[in-house]
Unconditional design. Structure first.
Length: 409
């Protein structure tokens, strides 16, 4: 069994250990919920302060003086390396739900003779909601089928226009085969849209090598861009002059300040900008990305796997038979979280939070723990499991105060 002293030794030789100091974390904070909301970094705060100063000092002149109008594209290019995209293939705007809606409608236009969208029955519920809603407004009969993702081949046929999957399962942490699934979908003549909510900033992927058509991701989880941080949209270069933004706005117009009544889309990824970007929110994300420039996604991924391996090892050795680890052991199939199934998972998570260990609960029975290598230490993993052991030994999770769920779990 790995000891606490051995964990401290691992921290002493960790090549990215110094990045923890980039974040404003309280002493003793054991934060295993970066897969829901990343913490604030000093660079994110500084970036927001800088833009507040620009706004205060130059008011509306700031749009020209500081290039605010181009921020969605500049940030897109900064995010591109996280997913193996090229410059000019990503724009940062809207929220993830709106991004998926836009890209879904854009994709459906490219397959006018096909009438089915396939998605995962275990997908994040908002993805399913928005696909159903988009189908109702598509202008032609569209059927959304929720399927077992492991049975995709059985459902792919000449009727399928689009497949939308989330790359890393938000409950279990399972990472899907990006290239293999995309190839399978293309072989059937359909298009592929990936949700990278639990991927970007947690593990490197290569959309170029996988020939991905469209993708979207959020900025507030592993990228640490702040609550409600804007999302991004990826559109492969060869699609950009073919697809349309289904929600056109003046800032996606070829000549936005000519104020023309007739819409003419600009070229490239900028056409997917609909309305004025949230400059303060973009500033926070911009600052947050500075931390990543001090490391590589290869290093981040290496430590992520080591941290999750350690957590699984300690849970199974110290609490044998008490939890079902539903996260895959295979590194190629694992994101950057560990999900433990237990009938009393909600109470367990709340008891841990009371002790200063923050994870979260996902219905029906998942205690979920996210591992963000930028600020988490090996000793944090050890100490978190120690708290979990004490919670279970003392039956703290069965306290009356945890019988009623909070609004946010």
């Amino acid at each position: 069994m790995t000891t606490r002293e051995e964990c401290l030794e691992l921290d002493s030789i960790d090549p990215i250990a110094s990045l923890r100091s980039e974040f404003s974390l309280a002493d003793g904070e054991l934060y295993l919920d970066g897969n829901s909301l990343g913490p604030i970094s000093k660079s994110a705060r500084a970036a927001v302060d800088r833009v507040l100063g620009e706004w205060q000092g130059e008011l509306i002149r700031s749009w020209n003086l500081f290039g605010w109008m181009d921020t969605p594209l500049k940030l897109g290019d900064r995010i591109a390396p996280f997913i193996g995209a090229k410059a000019g293939e990503i724009v940062v705007a809207d929220t993830l739900t709106f991004a998926i809606a836009k890209l879904t409608l854009a994709a459906l236009e490219q397959r006018p003779d096909r009438h089915v969208i396939l998605t995962d029955e275990m997908n994040f519920h908002t993805d399913i909601y928005i696909l159903d809603a988009v189908a109702n407004y598509a202008g032609r009969p569209i059927t959304v089928k929720t399927i077992n993702r492991n049975e995709l081949a059985q459902h792919l046929n000449e009727e399928v226009a689009l497949v939308e999957f989330t790359h890393v399962d938000f409950r279990t942490g399972e990472a899907l085969d990006l290239a293999g699934i995309t190839r399978q979908v293309h072989d059937a003549g359909a298009l592929m849209l990936w949700d990278f909510a639990h991927t970007t900033g947690a593990m490197p992927v290569d959309v170029t090598a996988a020939n991905v058509d469209f993708a979207a991701g959020c900025g507030y989880k592993y990228l640490n861009g702040g609550p409600g941080s804007p999302a991004y949209m990826y559109v492969r270069t060869d699609w950009q002059d073919k697809v349309n933004n289904p929600l056109p706005g003046w800032l996606g117009h070829a000549r936005p300040f000519d104020f023309e009544i007739t819409y003419e889309a600009t070229k490239g990824i900028r056409k997917f900008v609909t309305s004025s970007p949230s400059i303060l929110a973009l500033a926070a994300l911009d600052g947050a990305l500075e931390v990543f420039e001090k490391t590589t996604m290869t290093e981040v991924r290496k430590k992520s796997l080591a941290l999750t391996d350690l957590f699984i090892e300690l849970v199974e050795e110290r609490l044998p038979g008490q939890f079902n680890v539903v996260t895959p052991r295979d590194h190629a199939k694992r994101g950057s979280q560990v999900a433990l199934a237990h009938p009393e998972a909600y109470g367990i998570v709340q008891a841990l939070i009371k002790r200063g260990v923050t994870g979260d609960f996902r219905a029906p029975d998942i205690a979920r723990f996210g591992f963000t290598p930028l600020y988490l230490r090996y000793v944090d993993v050890y100490d978190s499991v120690e708290h979990l052991v004490q919670v279970m030994e003392n039956s703290e999770h069965q306290a009356d105060e945890f019988k009623v769920r909070n609004a946010v779990t």
